[in-house]
Ligand binder design. Sequence first.
Ligand code: AMP
Ligand code: TRP
Length: 345
Amino acid sequence: MKLQERVFSGMQPTGSLHLGNYLGAMVQWIEMQKTHACIYCVVDLHAITVWQDPKELRDAIRQVTAAYIASGLDPKKSILFNQSQVSAHAELAWIFNCVARLGWLNRMTQFKEKAGKDREAASVGLYAYPNLMAADILAYRATHVPVGEDQKQHLELARDIAQKFNNDFRAQIEALGHADGEFFPQPDPVIMGPATRVMSLRDGTKKMSKSDPSDLSRINLTDDADTIARKIQKAKTDPEPLPSEIAGLAGRPEADNLVGIYAALAGKTKEAALAEFGGQQFSSFKKALAELAVARLAPLGDEIRRMTGDPVEIDRVLADGSARAREIATPIMNEVKDIVGLIRS
Ligand code: AMP
Ligand code: TRP
């Protein structure tokens, strides 16, 4: 790792976490803390771009924090905190509101999806959401951002904002001693992990999602052992036995998804999973998958429940992480203010 490399990522505290979040994001964040200096943020200011019940929001912030720690995130090594406790995020987001162009935000597909038909009724915060995301990353001058496929466009916008800021204030940036004129780095998306797209257990063509009305479509990280096993038994399949090779999964989205989940949980490739189960019926495969999922996920749920029973301890972890985040962001924000021409004390 180069000295100045820094990882930043964020997760919204809305709804309950599920297997897709775990395999698509959490496992990967935890892996990166072995090799990088990492900052992980529970993005509560992003959550309120759509209405949140205040009590549920507070519970969700603590639940996401607990889930990360239960999954292996070490809050002594990595920085784990909630966004609203570090004012640099909101301050830099305002400056980026003045750097980003309306035309850039108008192209954001996630806003169009989330705002739906009645765009006039969406909050201004939902529209400016990608500027806050750019501020999250650049307030720490982070260089690597592990995210899901769906966040690629927002990352491109963060890169555009970094570049326009560097261009607009080149003289001031160089005057402050940044000889290359690069105050903000161009953050790189890191899209990887064992299962970047976990699909619904009821429909292999739809993403597993917290907003799916059917609870049977997903495995929540707080489901108990019986619930996990029952959801796998009820998962949609097709009548054919499992193929022995990857090519045989084509056109069989449910089989593909379950094999992918098995492989990710077992730390194997899909090829290895098929070598094990090729030719077998779903009934025996599902039994093995349920055993594995229960062994991996039930203790996680127990630990999340235990931790959220002690909110004082979770709040202490978040306060500690926020203080460490502030130490990095404050000097960067001071330089930003000097560059832009604001007076600070
Ligand atoms: P969200 O729950 O949409 O706020 O996403 C939080 C994180 O989990 C993001 O990094 C997503 O890319 C990831 N994620 C959400 N759902 C899935 C899924 N079904 N499969 C893989 N990753 C997911
Ligand atoms: N928008 C991201 C999501 O919905 C969450 C997020 C907010 C984020 N700020 C970030 C991700 C900064 C990476 C870096 O998943």
